[in-house]
Design a protein around this ligand. Structure first.
Ligand SMILES: C[S@@+](CC[C@H](N)C(=O)[O-])C[C@H]1O[C@@H](n2cnc3c(N)ncnc32)[C@H](O)[C@@H]1O
Length: 214
């Protein structure tokens, strides 16, 4: 059997053009939580880290639509050069937020280690594309990415076998308190929001967190 063709991640973004698609509905949930986080920080300086950011619309779309992002310092990490170009173009339209879009492998801690701890971590479209062992490793490493009280927004399909119960349990075991878990009945996506209630840990460099299997 020949190996499966690699996913075309630019084409993966196409359903965003349809506002009724599950992907657009998922985006709306993620953006709502990003907006809530922005409001709650009340203008205080804040760092954001988005791994496997795609074209960055979950964060950049919210920043673009709101004016209260003067002190947001965001790092987006994305492997696909075309999506990096799109994200950078969107970032350039933002008046005040400082956004860097790093082109490279987000699984490599060294690429973004200097930009953590972050106050908001986005793990959207990641946990469903890596092995269960890599999910566990990534979740166990989150305390190294998070500042005190940081928020993590993550997504994962509930396609069988549904890993979301294990993800929520693991986050709890790693010092996170669940803020929200949204899993509409008529779709497979889910969006989780967790707040880091533990003590931040120094980031361990020289590591790989995951490998995409798709
Ligand atoms: C499922 S999409 C999610 C995109 C975006 N976070 C969203 O939710 O709209 C996965 C993204 O991860 C990117 N990607 C895949 N492997 C990666 C890696 N090792 N490092 C960084 N980005 C990666 C793909 O190019 C793609 O844009």
């Amino acid at each position: 059997m020949s190996p499966a063709a690699p996913t075309d991640w630019q084409a993966w973004h196409e359903p965003y053009a349809d506002p009724t698609s599950p992907l657009s509905r998922r985006l709306a949930v993620v953006q709502r939580h990003v907006g809530t986080w922005l409001e709650a920080r009340g203008g205080a300086p804040a760092r954001v880290l988005s791994l496997c950011a795609g074209d960055g619309r979950d964060l950049l779309g919210v920043l673009r639509d709101r004016g209260d992002h003067d002190d947001v310092d965001a790092t987006l990490v994305e492997l696909d050069a075309g999506l990096v170009t799109t994200a950078r173009a969107t970032a350039a339209t933002l008046a005040t937020a400082r956004v860097r879009v790093l082109e490279g492998d987000a699984a490599l801690v060294d690429l973004w280690a200097e930009y953590v701890p972050a106050d908001l971590v986005l793990l959207c479209g990641v946990l469903g594309n890596i092995s269960d062992a890599d999910v566990e490793r990534t979740l166990a490493t989150l305390p190294e990415l998070c500042a005190v009280g940081a928020t993590v927004v993550w997504t994962r399909s509930r396609r069988h076998p549904d890993l979301t119960p294990a993800i929520r349990k693991s986050l709890s075991g790693n010092g996170f308190a669940e803020v929200a878990f949204e899993a509409p009945d008529d779709v497979l996506f889910s969006v989780g929001v967790h707040r880091y209630a533990g003590t931040p840990r120094p980031v361990r460099r020289g590591r790989r967190l995951f490998t995409f299997t798709t």
